[in-house]
Design a protein around this ligand. Structure first.
Ligand code: PLP
Length: 376
C-alpha cells in the first residue's frame, strides 16, 4: 500500500499504541477517583497535558482536552461569541475554513449572527489586509485557520493578531493542519483560541485539544456535568487517547526538523515528477510541507481516487471531509469547473517515501493515458 493521505489521518506508531494499551489495561483508573489508581491516572494525564502544552509553548492549564478538532472548533467559536456577547454579532472568517468552522457559523447565522467570508486569491491565500477591511465595531470574533487542509496554504494569523491588538475582537485559529507542520507557539501566533487534533500527528482518533488564552478568563463551559477539565468540559477524560496523543507529540517533536525537511523534499520531488504528466496542473501554492494539491482537468477526481485506490494508492479528492461534493475551497479560489473537478490532494507524513511518490506518478500517468477526459 502507498498511503498518501496524511492530512486525512495518520497511522499510529507502535509506541503510541503501547502507551494506550497500558493506559487501558493497567492504568485504567478514573482520574477523578480518590484512591491511588485514580490519582495516578490523573497525575499521568496532567503530565500528558504538559507535553502537548509544551509543544504549543503554553501552560498546561490553558489546554483543554476535547474529543476531536471538530469539537474544539465548535467550542472555540461559541466560547468567543459568549465572551464578546456585548461587543456584537459580527464574525469574520474565510470561505475556505474546514466544515467544522463553516457549519458552526452557518448555524449561528440563522441565530442572528452576521458572517463575512473572505475569499482567497487564485493561489489559495488570504491577507491580513482583507481581514482589516472586513472588521467592524461589532466584530466579536475572527476565525482564520493556520493551514488550509486542501491547499496547504498558511494564513497570516500573526499579522491578523497584530491588527486586532487593542480591540475586544477575539481571534480563533483552527491549527489542526498546522500543528507540528508549520512550527508555532501560541505566544508568537497571538490567537486567543487554538484548536488541535490528535489523529493528524500520529495520535489516535477521538482526541483533540483547545487552547484558551488569558483574554477568556471565564470561558463558557462546553459540557456541564462532573466538572472535569477545570469545570469547562465535563465527562470522564479519555485517558488512553490523551496518553496516545502526548506520546505521538513527543515522538514527532523528537524528529521534527528532520521530518519537516523530509516532507518538504518529498513534496518538491512530487511536484517535479507529477509535472511531467501532460495536462497536470498544481492547485494553489501551499507552503505547508505535507499537503500538495494537483488537478488533471477533465478527469473527475473521484474516478482517479477509485482507480488509484484499487491499486493500493490512497489519496483524496479535495478534502476527505467533502467526498462527493464540489469542494468549497476550490470554488472559492475561482478554479474553473474542470480543474476543480479534477483536483486531488496528496499529503505526506514522516513515513512517506520516494517510492510512494513514484507509484503515484506512474498510476496517475497511466490514468491520464488510458481514461478518456470528460470535458462536457
Ligand atoms: N480542521 C481541519 C483544518 C481539519 O483538516 C480537520 C480534519 O480534517 C478538522 C478540523 C477536524 O478534525 P477532527 O477530524 O479531529 O474532528
Amino acid at each position: 500500500m502507498h498511503y498518501l493521505d496524511y492530512a486525512a489521518t495518520t497511522p499510529v506508531p507502535q509506541p503510541v499504541a503501547e502507551v494506550m494499551a497500558a493506559e487501558l489495561t493497567e492504568g485504567f483508573g478514573n482520574p477523578s477517583a480518590q484512591y491511588p489508581l485514580g490519582r495516578e491516572a490523573k497525575k499521568r494525564m496532567e503530565a500528558h497535558r504538559a507535553v502537548i502544552a509544551g509543544a504549543l509553548g503554553c501552560e498546561g492549564k490553558a489546554l483543554h482536552f476535547v474529543s476531536c478538532g471538530t469539537e474544539g472548533d465548535n467550542w472555540a467559536i461559541r466560547a468567543a461569541l459568549w465572551q464578546n456577547r456585548r461587543v456584537g454579532k459580527h464574525i469574520v472568517t474565510t470561505a475556505v475554513e474546514h466544515s467544522a468552522v463553516l457549519e458552526t457559523l452557518k448555524a449561528l447565522s440563522q441565530q442572528g449572527y452576521e458572517v463575512t467570508f473572505l475569499k482567497p486569491d487564485g493561489s489559495g491565500h488570504i491577507t491580513a489586509a482583507q481581514v482589516a477591511a472586513a472588521l467592524r465595531d461589532d466584530t466579536a470574533l475572527v476565525s482564520v485557520m493556520l493551514v488550509n487542509n486542501e491547499t496547504g496554504c498558511r494564513f497570516p494569523v500573526e499579522e491578523i493578531a497584530d491588527l486586532l491588538r487593542g480591540r475586544q475582537t477575539l481571534l480563533h485559529t483552527d491549527a489542526v493542519q498546522g500543528f507540528l507542520k508549520v512550527p508555532f507557539s501560541v505566544r508568537a501566533l497571538g490567537a486567543d483560541l487554538v484548536t488541535l487534533s490528535g489523529h493528524k500527528v500520529g495520535g489516535p482518533k477521538g482526541i483533540g485539544a483547545l487552547y484558551i488564552g488569558p483574554r477568556l478568563p471565564h470561558p463558557r463551559p462546553l459540557l456541564f456535568g462532573g466538572g472535569q477539565e477545570a469545570g469547562l468540559r465535563s465527562g470522564t477524560e479519555a485517558t488512553a487517547q490523551i496518553a496516545g496523543f502526548a506520546k505521538a507529540v513527543e515522538l514527532r517533536l523528537s524528529t521534527l526538523e528532520k521530518d519537516l525537511r523530509h516532507m518538504a523534499e518529498l513534496k518538491a520531488y512530487a511536484i517535479e515528477r507529477l509535472s511531467a504528466i501532460p495536462g497536470l496542473v498544481r492547485v494553489g501554492e501551499g507552503e505547508a510541507p505535507h499537503i500538495l494539491s494537483v488537478s488533471l482537468p477533465g478527469y473527475p477526481s473521484q474516478n482517479i481516487v477509485n482507480d488509484l485506490g484499487a491499486q493500493g494508492i490512497c489519496i483524496s479528492a479535495g478534502s476527505a471531509c467533502h467526498q462527493g461534493r464540489a469542494s468549497h475551497v476550490l470554488t472559492a479560489m475561482g478554479l474553473d469547473k474542470h480543474t476543480a473537478a479534477g483536483t486531488i490532494r496528496i499529503s505526506f507524513g514522516p513515513e512517506s517515501t520516494q517510492g510512494d511518490v513514484d507509484a503515484l506518478a506512474d498510476a496517475l500517468s497511466r490514468h491520464q493515458r488510458e481514461r478518456f477526459p470528460m470535458l462536457g
